[in-house]
Design a protein around this ligand. Structure first.
Ligand code: HEC
Length: 181
């Protein structure tokens, strides 16, 4: 390429940066609603709808058991157990599951809604997600089979490991560095 052509390209490239690229279009409100799936620990973002573990049993058998096994015990090394391990985290053989490790029930809802069933995520209705979330909590002995889970009750569920996490700036190492106890 000649020097003049290079210079021209450079000038064009610099000028192109003055303006927006003009690609794409603003997302519509419907598209944003479709993508705005985040459920916060305190329950913000939960959709309307409800479910119980009793209703979730059928959803679980049809949509989840093929991988996670009949009662959430997991399958092979590939498909994680969804229950058990409560109280094991500080032992020599910790088992992390939804029941033993996850601090918020709302995160279980968020995770299942956005990514399960693994082979066709986001195919469940809000009622089905509430129900199957309730069923997983029920398998762990955290909620009763008939307890209704909805945008109000789910954030109030107390997970066994809720207080097992420490903020990094409050860890013994951070405190020692700051010289506080
Ligand atoms: C096709 C197999 C498959 C199906 C069906 C499936 N899952 Fe999963 N699930 C997985 C795999 C694989 C993982 C691990 C994903 C990872 O770690 O990235 C997982 C992870 C999970 C976890 C997180 C476990 C943890 O402690 O990290 C939950 C909760 C869960 N699945 C719930 C469900 C529910 C509820 C259903 C039914 C609605 C379902 N899954 C259906 C394969 C499946």
């Amino acid at each position: 390429m000649s020097k003049a052509a290079l210079l021209l390209l450079l000038v064009l490239a610099v000028r192109a940066q003055d303006k927006p690229l003009g690609l794409g279009r603003p997302a519509t409100a419907a598209e944003i609603a479709e993508a705005a799936l985040t459920v916060f620990p305190d329950g913000r973002g939960l959709p309307s709808g409800s479910g119980t573990a009793a209703r979730g049993r059928a959803v679980y058998q049809a949509q989840c058991a093929s991988c996670h096994n009949d009662n959430g015990e997991g399958r092979d090394a590939q498909y994680p157990a969804l229950k058990g391990g409560i109280g094991s985290l500080a032992t020599r053989s910790p088992r992390k599951t939804v029941g033993s490790y996850w601090p918020y029930a709302t995160t279980v809802f968020d995770y299942i809604r956005r990514s399960m069933p693994f082979d066709h995520p986001r195919s469940l209705t809000a009622d089905e997600v509430y129900s199957v979330t309730a069923f997983v909590l029920f398998l762990n002995g955290i909620v009763a089979e008939t307890a209704e889970m909805n945008a109000k009750t789910l954030p109030a569920v107390k997970m066994p490991n809720r207080h097992g996490f420490i903020r990094h700036d409050e860890s013994p190492v951070s405190r020692a560095r700051r010289g506080t106890k």
